[in-house]
Design a protein around this ligand. Structure first.
Ligand code: AHR
Length: 520
């Protein structure tokens, strides 16, 4: 070898070594312990949220029981019922949100013609005629196959009013004033609602309370929320912290006896900045990066709130309930700012994918969550326009991930490359895995990188698999979305980028993609 050839070879080796050491050629890798799962991914982590806000209920779910144009069952759109059944919605939260603390449920039962109208003071100041009330919601949940999650009014209601609501929906027929009234209003058997929110955002729209004060109020309300069914024990959720208000969780866990409280809530929304949320569809890569960074903050929030809960509840009796999460952007131009109507792009699919992976991986403590909101509001899974209905990229992620519901979470060790933008970086790959009752393993992977494919090598320990199949959700452009003109622009397709060899799988994840693998 000539001196110049030797020098070139030496230089090549040095560059290669530098690249490996600095991570330029770093390989994403994960080890999944398929025989080491301990915690069930509670199906309720895949919950949804329907508030009397904008066109979520009126003009969304509910088109009125005299509507002859849009096919419906008792006023609820049949196409929405079908789409949500396919999603396997485990629970649906209602009637708010901020609206819940202004809602007086007795206004929404009995003959519709006699129901009073109110003004929806939080959302657009529109008239709320109470035509969609308790019976409408609970019957709709039965059609969808979802467990109802009722949010009680603590901010402007009374203890008696909430106790009456529990009695109305759960009391044995004709055994009490409320259960007798229910029968008179057309429903004999109780619905048996066991998930109850005791107020919402008590630190803000739910009464601007301090945590010590709210803890006392919660104790009082919870005392009178009787278990009328004697079979379904009530699951009472305390209004939880705003994002990183760790003191809120600390005070609630310290001051509320744990036999009175089954869950503590947490709310976190993703956007560029709270004061500059950015457009839902027209964003730069910098805004994409900032929004995903904000969504990924859920990992830190869940970890830190859980650590506080562990201090007071090491046996993890009380669940962390993330009952509002999702992307929150500027409303679509020309729409009512109080209606929070926004489009939903592949960026929202990334948010859903990484957030659900975080929840799955924290299944020991996060046992319920609600995406905000189901139809026409914030990170919706469904958008409607008169008789048209479309499903969003977020819908598809929720549908692809529903294989994890009630499966055993499999622990994972992940080493990931960075997605670098400017001077900042984020973990490019996110992953979670579960094994279901039929011993089928599912692995959900997200590559958030806006331009680079990521290859990941997954080492599977403790199980033997013969075949891998997969589905992928991605798009051509980072700003793509489904519209009423192109409703199927983004939808899951067959994924052929995974190769199984022995106990290892190599997976090629295109930029901004969500993949779910099935291993048998
Ligand atoms: O989801 C929209 C609103 O966000 C809810 O009504 C409220 O709880 C939160 O601030």
């Amino acid at each position: 070898m000539t001196t110049s050839k030797k020098m070139k070879k030496g230089l090549a080796v040095a560059i290669f070594t530098f690249a490996v050491v600095t991570g330029l050629f770093a390989q994403n890798s994960a080890t999944i312990n398929a025989d080491a799962g301990k915690h069930i991914i509670n199906k309720h982590v895949y919950g949804h949220f329907a508030e009397h806000l904008g066109a979520c209920i009126y003009g969304g779910f509910y088109v009125g029981d005299t509507n002859k144009i849009i096919p419906n069952t008792n006023g609820v759109r049949n196409d929405i019922i079908d789409a949500l059944k396919k999603l396997k919605v485990p629970n649906l939260r209602w009637p708010g949100g901020c609206f819940a603390d202004t809602y007086h449920w007795k206004d929404g039962v009995g003959p519709k013609a006699n129901r009073p109208s109110i003004v929806n003071r939080w959302w657009g100041g529109v008239t709320e005629d109470n035509s969609f009330g308790t019976h409408d919601f609970l019957n709709m949940c039965e059609l969808i196959g979802a467990t109802p999650y009722l949010a009680g009014n603590v901010g402007s209601g009374t203890v008696q009013e909430l106790a009456d609501w529990v009695e109305y929906v759960n009391g044995k027929p004709n055994t009490s004033p409320m259960s007798t009234w229910r029968v008179k209003n057309g429903r004999t058997e109780p619905w048996g609602v066991n998930i109850w929110g005791v107020g919402n955002e008590a630190w803000g729209c739910g009464g601007n309370m301090k945590p010590e004060y709210y803890a006392n109020v919660f104790r009082q309300y919870a005392t009178y929320m009787t278990d009328w069914t004697n079979s379904d024990k009530l699951f009472r959720v305390a209004s939880g912290a705003n994002v990183d208000d760790y003191n809120w969780t600390e005070v609630l866990m310290r001051d509320i006896p744990h036999h009175m409280m089954e869950g503590v809530a947490l709310h976190h929304y993703a956007n560029v900045k709270w004061t500059e949320k950015g457009s839902a569809t027209n964003y730069t890569e910098a805004q994409y990066f900032a929004t995903i960074k904000s969504a990924l903050r859920m990992e830190e929030l869940v970890t830190r709130h859980s650590t506080i809960m562990d201090k007071y509840d090491p046996r993890k009796r009380v669940a962390l309930v993330v009952d509002e999460w999702g992307g929150w952007y500027e409303v679509e131009p020309g729409t009512n700012p109080g209606f929070l109507y926004q489009q939903n792009t592949i960026r929202d699919a990334m948010i859903a994918g990484v957030t659900l992976n975080i929840f799955n991986n924290h299944s020991d403590r996060v046992r319920m969550a609600n995406l905000a909101q189901t139809v026409n509001v914030l990170q919706a899974v469904i958008l409607t326009n008169k008789e048209k209905m479309i499903t969003t990229p977020t819908y598809h992620v929720m549908e692809m991930y529903n294989v994890h519901q009630d499966a055993t979470m499999l622990p994972i060790q992940l080493t990931t490359n960075d997605y670098v933008f400017g001077a900042e970086k984020l973990p490019a790959v996110s992953v979670s895995a579960s094994k279901n009752a039929a011993a089928v393993t599912h692995i959900s992977l997200v590559n958030i990188d806006a331009s680079k494919e990521q290859t990941i090598s997954i080492d599977l320990r403790g199980a033997k698999y013969n075949a891998v199949t997969g589905r992928i959700l991605t798009s051509k452009k980072l700003q793509d979305f489904n519209s009423f003109d192109e409703p199927n622009k983004i939808q899951p397709t067959v994924f052929n980028g995974a190769k199984l060899s022995g106990t290892s799988i190599q997976v090629k994840l295109p930029p901004f993609s969500v993949v779910v693998l099935t291993l048998k």
